[in-house]
Design a protein around this ligand. Structure first.
Ligand code: DQA
Length: 143
């Protein structure tokens, strides 16, 4: 069974409360149970991690080395600023998929760059929770 690390960045713990018109009314706990069900259906083992701190996200990526078979990451606001997260993803060299709940490409100019995405094999945006399922499916299907 493949081991996949699902990483969520800052403010995603506030799902359901934060800007529901953009991110939906479902909570972070609901996202976790959605991810678990999707992983079960695909025969994957998932570990989920959320942090509001850039350094903790970097450490979580580093700790995946040698243990995990892939990473699903929504770096949230750090997507658009963090070279450290990009470098960590490159350092571990694991297949990674970038997910955003919202359609970032249709939003503000400052959301148009993704550093983390430069180290990801695939980017899924604007599909809400279903983006995580699609990311897991992609990693499950990889050789
Ligand atoms: C987000 C998009 C980011 O621009 C934003 O900072 C987030 C969430 C998304 O899932 O749509 O916090 O990553």
């Amino acid at each position: 069974m493949k081991n996949i690390l699902v990483i969520n960045g800052p403010n995603l713990n506030m799902l359901g409360i934060r800007e529901p018109a953009i991110y939906g009314r479902e909570s972070y706990a609901a996202l976790l149970s959605y991810i678990q069900s999707a992983a079960d259906a695909l025969g994957l083992h998932v570990a989920c991690f959320q942090s509001n701190s850039e350094g903790e996200l970097v450490t979580a990526i580093q700790q995946a080395y040698g243990k995990m078979d892939g990473i699903v990451i929504n770096p949230a606001a750090y997507t658009h600023t963090s070279v450290a997260i990009l470098d960590a993803l490159k350092a571990v060299g694991l297949p990674a998929v970038e997910v955003h709940l919202s359609a970032v490409e249709t939003r503000e100019a400052f959301r148009q760059i993704s550093y983390a995405g430069m180290a990801c094999e695939k980017t899924i945006t604007g599909k809400g929770f279903a983006g995580y399922q699609e990311a897991l499916q992609y990693l499950a299907a990889k050789e």
